[in-house]
Design a protein around this ligand. Structure first.
Ligand SMILES: [Zn+2]
Length: 59
């Protein structure tokens, strides 16, 4: 008896830009007001490096 594990190997690397999440969080900054102080609001944007796949672009 030889129990085999069906664990799949993940060959795809995680996108370094979004760390595999597929989306990035950007801090919303107020233009020239408040000396560019960051606000509490953060917006989530689609990672342009991997287009939301979370995988590092190959080629
Ligand atoms: Zn990405």
């Amino acid at each position: 008896m030889s129990p085999r594990k069906t664990t799949r190997r993940q060959t795809a690397k995680k996108c370094p830009s979004c760390k595999g999440t597929g989306e990035i969080t950007e801090s919303v900054r107020v233009g020239r007001a408040r000396k560019g102080q960051e606000t509490a609001d953060r917006q989530t944007a689609l990672c342009l490096a991997c287009l939301g796949s979370g995988q590092a672009p190959t080629g």
